[in-house]
Every structure is written in structure tokens, then in C-alpha cells.
Ligand binder design. Sequence first.
Ligand code: AMP
Length: 249
Amino acid sequence: MKILVPVKRVVDYNVKVRVKPDQTGVDLANVKMSMNPFCEIAVEEAIRMKEKGLAEEIVVISIGPAGAQETIRTALAMGADRGIHVTTDAAVEPLAVAKILEKVVGEEKPDIVLLGKQAIDDDTNATGQMLAALLGWPQGTFASKVEKADGSLKVTREVDGGLQTVAIALPAIVTTDLRLNEPRYASLPNIMKAKRKPIDAKTPEDYGVDLSPRLEVLKVAEPPKRQGGVKVESVSELVSKLKNEAGVL
Ligand code: AMP
């Protein structure tokens, strides 16, 4: 089996983001960037499948600016075999990403495309589903467990009411949820080895995909500041505040 893992470079999850003064987006100047956490989980799962002898090759792909190459190297250091970097400085929406991935799937012919359930920058949670629709492949989204059966996958999905298990025929799309696994750290020897693993350099034009945006961001704003708490003397005072000040009773 061959597994394709799309990985996105995003603002590190520990960074407290700042909104640009003109409210057009988030300020990315001098901000630490890392692999999207859900993509790390996807890379880890692909490596575990390879370690179990279920997969032979893991190809990672990232669509983004020059820095995305670092993200691909991180995945190679974790254990992926080779990378594809589709270089663009444009903001790429999920539909454009899915269209590029559709073309890459046509060339690479993977058995599984393993994506994160969402990228923590735009929180769109759309790329995997759009790719499944474009390819006409079955999808197992929000996976907390993936098991291989003959010619199919058994995917346990995290849904609102609990866990749902589905069987999907290969080739298939899987998107990862938080509890699927705990990604490994790359060891120093593997970081060194990853420097010699190949990364193909591509552009969106190579795939003939139009990146022009379909969405218009009207405004990006900070969440309202949290108000400080107050201590109350009695239950009746609490009830009165909830009723008259908070308006929740
Ligand atoms: P999203 O639909 O944007 O929330 O992203 C879901 C998943 O799609 C991510 O976890 C990645 O696996 C993949 N993805 C989204 N954008 C990109 C990108 N620019 N390059 C590679 N993979 C991406």
C-alpha cells in the first residue's frame, strides 16, 4: 500500500496570535510556524501502518510558501519516505488544495490519502471531504482508530454521541482526530537522514489548478476580552447576579 499524507504549515499551536490592525487577517511576521497538529497525527499513523507491514511507501505533500519545505522535512524525519512541495505564496483555500491533491492522486495512485481533520489556522475542516467528493472515494473522517481489513479499512470515528465504526473500501480518504495516536519526535539521526530524502519541487501551474479565491474574508477580530470574576457572599446573591446581571436565568 502507498499512503499520501498532505501536511500544512501553520502558526504553532502555542503561539498567541495577533490580529493585524486593519483586521484583514492574522499577523504572521516573526511568528513560529509548525506542522499542523492533526497532520502530525496523520504522518504518525502512516508510519505506524508502515511499521506494521501494511504500507510500503509514505509520500508527504505540502502546498505553500518556501517554508513549507521545513514542514515536509519534519515529516521525512519522523519516517515518511519522500516529499512533494507545491510552492506558492498565494493563500490557498481548501477547494484549490483538494484540486491539486486530486491531480497528485492521479499521478501517485495512493491507496489511502491520510489528512488532518482540520488545519488549526483557518479551521475549515473541508479539504479531506472535498477531495473525497472530487475523486468519488469513500471517506472515514475524524478517525480515532484505523484498522486494515482485506481491501478495506475499518475506521472508528469520533462523533457527537460517541464512536461510530465504518468500513470503507480502498482506495479511501481518512482524516485524523486528536485521539488517533501521539506523534513521535524525530530523533537526531533521523533528522540527519531526512536531509537526503528527495523532495519534488512543483508549482500549482504544473497541475493546471486555478487558485483564485472563492471566499472573501470580510473581517478578522480578536475574541472579546474575558472579564474578571467577582466573589459573592451567598447563594442568593449569586442567583440574583445570574438573573439580573448575567441574564442567564
Ligand atoms: P482544512 O480543510 O483546511 O481544515 O485542512 C484539513 C487537512 O487538509 C489538513 O490537516 C491537511 O492534511 C490538508 N491540507 C490543508 N491545506 C493544505 C496545504 N496547503 N498543503 C497540504 N495539505 C493541506
